[in-house]
Design a protein. Structure first.
Length: 449
């Protein structure tokens, strides 16, 4: 059979609320045209993020009931530690309440003013946590990533030659660590090849620079390697993931992505001294090292999710279903970041709306119009999110895991195509209010005439 079906049955349902066009317009005005500020009850299809929005399995809900809520040394922690150690091979693992907490602890310990942290592409919270320490976040994507229409198997790779040049120009002593985001979220959800991870590791090791993985979508990246990279076609996703982690010196992980959990994350390291400093900071702000700001039930749900996500049937369905959305809009004239990624489809808003310059935020304008037309929430990945550091003007449609069926996706396809048919009438926006960091979460806009 060629048809790929959802590898699960639906056991519990949640009603969706249809709004009228008039209601959606009021929501936009009240929210200052920022979709983060619209109440979830007024969203029909929510593609804002795949973070913490997954549907947990029966196995995970059963694990929740097993959760040990002891303040120190709970069984839930040791179950998670065993699963994480088997998967990643890292000696030290401390739980955190989510991925950005792990980032904050990591960069607070390792970075100081004047430092530089290179990556294939830093995501928003990663960049913000680096810059908050006074260090500088530098993106080194492969040159081909600049062309959203280029169809390459591993467009999320880091430019290894550019990394060498950066080290030569700045000095290894100014680079406390390098990072690889797998998959490359800000770069269109594109995967990173094993060969590229190995090449980056070799450069870092030669210069004494630790390599960390931002591994929140490690399983999706492992599946792309299995499908696209020669030599891995008969490897299990788990074996590929274990090899990826073996090339790192540590990782940050948001369990809200590839562990299906609604909250949680962890920070791993092989460095005893760094791990002790991280643990001290964790105690100050997150909690005791065996719960890290999480309930025991959350730790157990994460442990179960880390095992479930490596199921080949699930990963095949996940990648195929995301590609279904991408191909159905791209083949009918909507420019997306090619090829479709694993967790999201990214519309090239600058290419779709050439009449809206970056200073008028075409990605945000498109997000507003898609909500106005169909009640679909998405997120801008461009000049609103990254300011002058933005490499593209994108609209991300992030697909929650195990939540929506194909008919929901067909609705999204229909809505996007209808918006695309009248795209010339979409107008840009200007910011009227913004915070100093991560402005896309709470900035307010107004439409331009």
């Amino acid at each position: 059979m060629r048809t790929i079906i959802e590898p699960f049955r639906i056991k519990s349902v949640e009603p969706l609320h249809h709004t009228t066009p008039e209601e959606r317009e009021r929501c936009l005005v009240d929210a200052g045209y920022n979709l983060f500020l619209i109440p979830a009850r007024d969203i029909l299809i929510d593609l804002l993020t795949d973070s913490g929005t997954s549907a947990m399995s029966t196995g995970q809900w059963a694990a929740v009931m097993r959760g040990d809520e002891s303040y120190a040394g709970s069984d839930s922690f040791f179950r998670l530690k065993a699963v994480a150690a088997d998967l990643t091979g890292f000696r030290h693992m401390i739980p955190t309440h989510q991925g950005r907490a792990a980032e904050r602890i990591l960069f607070t310990v390792m970075c100081k003013p004047g430092h530089i942290v290179p990556s294939n592409t830093h995501f928003d919270t990663t960049r913000a946590n680096i810059e908050f320490t006074g260090a500088r976040a530098v993106d080194l994507p492969v040159p081909e990533a600049a062309d959203t229409q280029a169809r390459l198997d591993f467009k999320g790779n880091m430019d290894v030659a550019a990394l060498e040049s950066l080290i030569a120009a700045e000095g290894a002593e100014r680079i406390p660590l390098a990072m690889l985001t797998i998959t490359n979220n800000s770069g269109g959800g594109q995967p990173v090849s094993m060969a590229n991870i190995e090449a980056v590791k070799n450069v870092c090791a030669r210069h004494g620079i630790p390599l960390y993985l931002d591994a929140c979508r490690f399983a999706e990246n492992a599946w792309f390697i299995r499908e696209r990279e020669p030599g891995y076609g008969d490897w299990s996703p788990k074996r590929i993931a274990q090899k990826m982690f073996s090339l790192g010196d540590g990782c940050t992980f948001s369990a809200k992505k590839d562990a299906f959990a609604n909250i949680g994350g962890f920070l791993c390291s092989n460095d005893d001294r760094v791990a002790q400093q991280e643990t001290n900071l964790l105690i100050l702000t997150e909690g005791f090292p065996t719960y890290g700001g999480l309930a025991g039930r959350d730790l157990d749900a994460i442990a179960t999710g880390l095992e479930e996500v490596l199921d080949p049937d699930y990963l095949r369905y996940r990648i195929v279903s995301t590609g279904y959305l991408g191909r159905h809009i791209a083949d009918r004239g909507v420019p997306i970041v090619e090829p479709p990624g694993g967790h999201a489809i990214y519309i090239d808003a600058a290419r779709m709306l050439p009449h809206i310059p970056p200073c008028q935020f075409p990605g945000q304008a498109l997000a507003v119009e898609l909500y106005r037309h169909a009640g679909i929430r998405s997120v801008e990945i461009g000049s609103v999110m990254f300011g002058a550091a933005a490499q593209h003007e994108l609209l991300r449609l992030a697909i929650p895991r195990r939540v929506y069926t194909q008919s929901h996706i067909d609705y999204v396809v229909e809505a996007i195509l209808e918006v695309n048919a009248r795209k010339d009438r979409i107008r840009g926006l200007e910011i009227v209010e913004e915070p100093p960091f991560l402005r896309h979460f709470s900035a307010r806009f107004r439409p331009l005439a």
